[in-house]
Design a protein. Structure first.
Length: 317
C-alpha cells in the first residue's frame, strides 16, 4: 500500500532480552483473588481487542494491531495467544530459531532451549520499555506473546497505567494465498481470535487480574472432598476478536474504482496531485501507474499516453 507499507521489516530484540526466559508459571505469579472482591463485576477491568484491518491482496506483508484498555489497575505482566480462524490464506512469517539459557523457579533450574521467535513491531507500544518481551510462533497460525515489565536484573520500567486504548504490539503477517486465489473467494475475511484459556494479565504485585476461585465437588453426591478451581471471569476480562479482510484487487490506473481505466481516472489523479483531492483507490496505489512509489504529474502524463495515444499499459507491480 502506497502510504502505509513499512519500509523496514521489524527486527528481533537483542539476545540479552531472551536471557532468563521462564514459563508463564514463573513469569506471572498467580495468586488468589483479593479478599472482599465480589464474585462478578459490572465494570470490566481489562478490554483486549484485535483491530480489524483491511489490506490489499497484492501486498505480501501486513500488520495486525492489538490494543489494551485497563480500567481499574495498572498491568505489569501479560501473556496473549492469538490464532487464525482460517488457514491457508495468511500466516505468521517463518520463525527464527534462537538458542537461549533458561533460568527458572526455586530451586533454580538452568536449561538450554531452542525458541521459535517471530518478528514483532513495538513502535509506539507501551511494551517497548519493558524488561522482557517475546513473541513466539507456536504454528504458522498461532501467535503467543509473553511480557514482564520488571524482570530480575532489568531496568524497572513502569507498568501500563490505567486508561487506554494502549497499543500493545503490531503482529507481522504474510500473505499465503495468491491474489488469483483470493479473487475467487466470496468470504475474504480471516478471523484472528484471542485464546481465552491462554491469555492472562497480572498487576504490579503479581496477582492475576480477573482470576476467580470456586470450590469443586470431587466426589458427588456426598462431596466429602472439595477442591479449589480457578477461572477467569469474562465480565472482568473482555476479549474482542478481530480479522484481516482482503479488499478488492487493485487495478493500476483505475483511480476511481469503476473497474476500468478511462478519462475519469485521469481527472481523479489530477485533482489529487494538483488540488488536494481525495486519495485515489487502493490507498493511492491505483494512481501510481508507473510504480514509482509515489503519485506525481508523471503518472498523469503516463495515463494520458495510455488512454489517448495507445501508450504502454499501467505497470503491474
Amino acid at each position: 500500500m502506497l502510504h502505509l507499507s513499512p519500509s523496514v521489516r521489524p527486527s528481533l530484540w537483542p539476545a540479552g532480552r531472551l536471557a532468563g526466559l521462564a514459563s508463564l508459571t514463573c513469569l506471572l505469579v498467580v495468586a488468589a483473588w483479593p479478599a472482599g472482591r465480589p464474585a462478578s463485576s459490572t465494570i470490566p477491568e481489562i478490554i483486549l481487542y484485535v483491530n480489524d484491518t483491511v489490506v490489499s491482496p497484492g501486498d505480501q506483508e501486513y500488520f495486525l494491531s492489538v490494543y489494551l484498555t485497563n480500567v481499574l489497575q495498572s498491568v505489569a505482566g501479560v501473556e496473549i495467544t492469538i490464532s487464525a480462524g482460517v488457514s491457508g490464506l495468511i500466516r505468521l512469517p517463518d520463525s527464527v530459531r534462537v538458542e537461549t539459557t533458561i533460568v527458572c523457579c526455586n530451586p533454580v533450574d538452568t536449561t538450554i532451549d531452542t525458541l521459535h521467535v517471530t518478528p514483532l513491531d513495538l513502535t509506539g507500544s507501551v511494551l517497548a520499555p519493558w524488561d522482557f518481551v517475546q513473541a513466539r510462533a507456536l504454528s504458522p497460525y498461532t501467535f503467543r506473546l509473553a511480557a514482564v515489565a520488571d524482570f530480575p536484573g532489568g531496568s524497572t520500567p513502569a507498568p501500563i497505567p490505567t486508561g487506554g486504548p494502549h497499543l500493545l504490539f503490531r503482529m507481522l503477517l504474510e500473505r499465503e494465498a495468491t491474489p488469483e486465489i483470493l479473487d475467487t473467494l466470496q468470504d475474504r475475511r480471516v478471523p484472528w481470535q484471542i485464546a481465552r484459556g491462554a491469555t492472562s494479565f497480572s498487576d504490579p504485585t503479581g496477582k492475576s487480574i480477573g482470576l476467580q476461585d470456586s470450590l469443586y465437588c470431587v466426589d458427588p453426591p456426598g462431596c466429602d472432598t472439595m477442591e479449589t478451581v480457578f477461572y477467569y471471569d469474562t465480565t472482568i476480562n473482555i476479549f474482542v476478536d478481530g480479522a484481516v479482510t482482503f479488499g478488492p484487487n487493485c487495478i493500476r490506473g483505475d483511480a476511481n474504482g469503476s473497474g476500468s481505466v478511462t478519462t475519469a481516472d485521469i481527472i481523479v489523479i489530477v485533482n489529487y496531485v494538483f488540488k488536494a483531492g481525495p486519495i485515489p483507490g487502493c490507498d493511492g496505489d491505483a494512481a501510481d501507474v508507473d510504480c514509482s512509489g509515489t503519485v506525481t504529474a508523471a503518472d498523469i502524463v503516463y495515463m494520458v499516453n495510455y488512454v489517448y495515444k495507445s501508450g504502454p499499459a499501467p505497470c503491474s507491480g
